[in-house]
Design a binder for this molecule. Structure first.
Ligand code: SF4
Length: 690
């Protein structure tokens, strides 16, 4: 587990901090020698991972001192990037953003922050956008992973966050993993599931692909891609038909049952849609409804579709109809892919809410924030800002300038060719990052930020646990703290309220205007290591399990919805006969800007591949290891075939990490509620490359 690379025998320093990768939020100690990170050591105090780390966490120190790090601001002059002073770069940004704001108003600008940077950076960016330019055009990349979780869980339970902590699966009698390959994508959450299995707790995996997690399960249910609503409705049909619904819970704690009942009656037999035999559906219904405590864990298999929000609400329906929420061993828990997906949303880097999900449309909330942020009464906008994906669509008209903090849209957003065309239309674009990415080419200014090892702050894990991040080493060259860059820009504009000296100052600024997090102090996060929000007062111990007595909605009730199955926006046809799904690898993270610079991780999976079914491969004359060209209506990619029956005939699977990879193919069609693009489903054709 410990990686030691130094041969100089000086004293070692151990800095407790949080893994910079997935949303499990494992604690670890960075090992520092001579001012450099030289390894990681398990931190046994953190309850989530109990000192264990996955391959990514164990090698997370390796990229910190990579020579490719950005060290100076860069400005594009005559088509070429040249080094600039901080003053020159920041003055140019202020001038351009101010000019564009003056000419086009608040809707001419777009601001996007990453889910891999600390809460304090996310809060700073959204505050600058709102105070400096009176705009709600601010979003974060949770939009393209768990936007439907925020929307769907809010509608079902009143709070758009996981209901229970990871280790609580050990209190379940049945664990349903639906559209989640936790063993690869969230390995230390997957470890908890494996512990549960050892304890005799039954695991059912529901997934179109026979994944590493499915291999561990007691039961694997394969269903047709993107048919979640039909399957969930069919399951609930049997629950009600056999009188297995939790009548007392439904009556006392929920609303909407009649609407749901009317809808699920139409799904008495939906095998023609989802492909699962009726005996299996009926058996699942009995197992889930009869379990004393059953939990649903889900991930992007549920969310990254044009039905994402309704898929999440279907999981909510299942939990509510059986009373499986609000106590130990139950609940509905999304697994977050990036370390701070939860936190970036919590901080108000979202187009319709301030920090702690305080709605911008509510006049009292606006008045409160105007006072806290030294703004004139009535100045903050009441309109919904434009989401991340819509900002890209609006680049050029009406959005003329965009600011990206820690994002690589050219690789990670759907339809890469579309993203490139849109970024080209901007009058002015800023990329703030730690490495040069494929997206930096489209910027006018590139600013060097700092990574997790070089800053203090907090990440909020997928279970609403706020974990401390602690500075271990200095950033490279002239790189600055990300919130500090934003504060410098704000001060150059003459804005009040950005005089932060430390990350704690930024956090306390946020706490002061965020009731659900007021009690999450840095001091409280020292002992113990972390705290779950809601935590409204200094004395409050935090809330690991939500909705115990009542739901977070204004009326205290959980809501069930009658939801109809809708097919994906683009289905396979004669011209494009295969369905392409996407997902993650245990060895890589996001667009590999960090993991590709860790030797072990790069060695294990240096290039992309596609999984295709044995029968399809035979028909196309493709052998394991052959190169294939995959084409959609939007673009093409060449990759290596892995022939396997883990995917069904006519279904293919590619990982999302590689440039010029699967996002050359993916579809920009949006979920109407959350604006999630359909990253997990598009139609493609395949040919062997001679
Ligand atoms: Fe880091 Fe996630 Fe691995 Fe834990 S499971 S070590 S948080 S990547």
């Amino acid at each position: 587990m410990v990686n030691m690379m130094s041969d100089v025998k000086t004293e070692l320093k151990y800095v407790p901090t949080t893994c910079p990768y997935c949303g499990v939020g494992c604690g670890l100690n960075l090992v520092v020698q001579n001012g450099k990170c030289v390894g990681v050591e398990p931190n046994k105090r953190t309850p989530i991972n109990e000192g264990k780390l996955c391959p990514k966490g164990a090698s997370c120190w390796e990229f910190v001192h990579n020579p490719d790090r950005l060290t100076k601001p860069l400005i594009k002059k005559d088509g070429k990037f040249v080094e600039a002073s901080w003053d020159e770069a920041l003055d140019l940004i202020v001038k351009k953003f101010s000019e564009i704001y003056k000419a086009g108003g608040p809707k001419a600008l777009g601001f996007q922050t990453s889910c891999r940077t600390v809460n304090e950076d996310c809060y700073a960016l959204q505050k600058w956008a709102r105070v400096g330019f009176l705009t709600n055009n601010v979003d974060n990349c949770a939009r393209i992973c768990h936007g439907p979780s925020v929307a769907g869980l809010s509608l079902s339970f009143g709070s758009g966050a996981a209901t229970n902590p990871f280790e609580d699966v050990l209190n379940s009698d049945l664990i349903v993993m639906w559209g989640s390959n936790a063993v690869e994508a969230h390995p230390l959450a997957g470890r908890r599931v494996m512990q549960a299995k050892k304890k005799g707790i039954k695991i059912i995996v529901v997934d179109p692909r026979y994944s590493a997690t499915a291999r561990l399960a007691d039961q694997y249910i394969r269903f047709n891609p993107s048919t979640h609503i039909a399957l969930a409705n069919n399951i609930m049909y049997y629950i009600v038909k056999e009188g297995l619904e939790n009548k007392e819970f439904i009556q006392k704690r929920t609303k909407g049952f009649d609407d749901l009942k009317k809808t699920i009656e139409k799904y008495a037999d939906a095998t023609n849609i989802h492909g699962v035999p009726q005996e299996t559906v009926q058996d699942f219904a009995r197992q889930y409804a009869k379990a004393k405590n059953a939990v649903i864990i889900y991930c992007l298999g549920i969310t990254e579709l044009t039905t994402g929000t309704d898929n999440v609400r279907s999981m909510g329906n299942l939990a509510l109809i059986t009373g499986n929420v609000g106590r130990e061993g139950t609940g509905v828990n999304p697994l977050r892919g990036q370390n701070n997906v939860q936190g970036a949303c919590d901080m108000g880097a979202y187009p319709n809410v301030y920090s702690g999900y305080q709605k911008c449309e509510v006049p009292e909330n606006r008045a409160k924030m105007e006072k806290a942020w030294f703004l004139k009464e009535g100045s903050l906008p009441d309109w919904y800002g434009v989401t991340l994906t819509e900002q890209i669509n609006q680049a050029g008209d009406p959005i003329k300038a965009m600011y990206f903090m820690g994002l690589n849209p050219v690789v990670s957003y759907p339809d890469s060719n579309h993203v490139k065309r849109q970024l080209d239309k901007l009058d002015f674009c800023v990329m703030q990052d730690i490495f040069w990415t494929e997206s930096c080419e489209y910027a006018d200014v590139v600013l060097p930020g700092t990574c997790f090892a070089e800053k203090d702050g907090t990440f909020t894990s997928g279970e609403r646990r706020v974990n401390r991040v602690r500075k271990a080493v200095d950033g490279p060259g002239e790189a600055k703290l990300d919130w500090e860059i934003i504060a410098l820009l704000a001060k150059k504009m003459g804005l009040k309220g950005f005089d932060w000296k430390t990350a704690k100052d930024v956090w306390d600024d946020m706490r002061a205007c965020t009731p659900s997090m007021f009690g999450c102090t840095y001091e409280k996060m020292e002992k113990p290591e972390s705290v779950h929000w809601p935590c409204p007062t200094i004395e409050h111990p935090g809330t690991p399990i939500l909705h115990r007595e009542k739901f977070s909605a204004a009326d205290g009730l959980g809501t069930m919805f009658g939801l109809e199955y809708r097919p994906p926006a683009e289905v396979a046809d004669k011209e494009y006969p295969f369905t392409m799904m996407t997902g993650r690898l245990i060895f890589h993270y996001h667009t590999r800007t960090q993991t590709d610079r860790c030797s072990i991780l790069h060695y294990d999976v240096p290039e992309s591949y596609v999984q295709m079914n044995t029968q399809d491969a035979q028909e196309l004359g493709v052998k394991h290891g052959d190169k294939v060209k995959i084409t959609s209506r939007r673009g093409e990619t060449v990759t290596t075939a892995r022939v396997t029956d883990d995917v069904a005939p006519k279904v293919m699977y590619m990982t999302m990490h590689f440039a010029n990879g699967v996002n050359n193919l993916t579809n920009t069609a949006l979920d109407p509620l959350s604006k999630m693009p359909e990253l997990k489903h598009c139609a493609v054709k395949v040919e062997k490359v001679a």
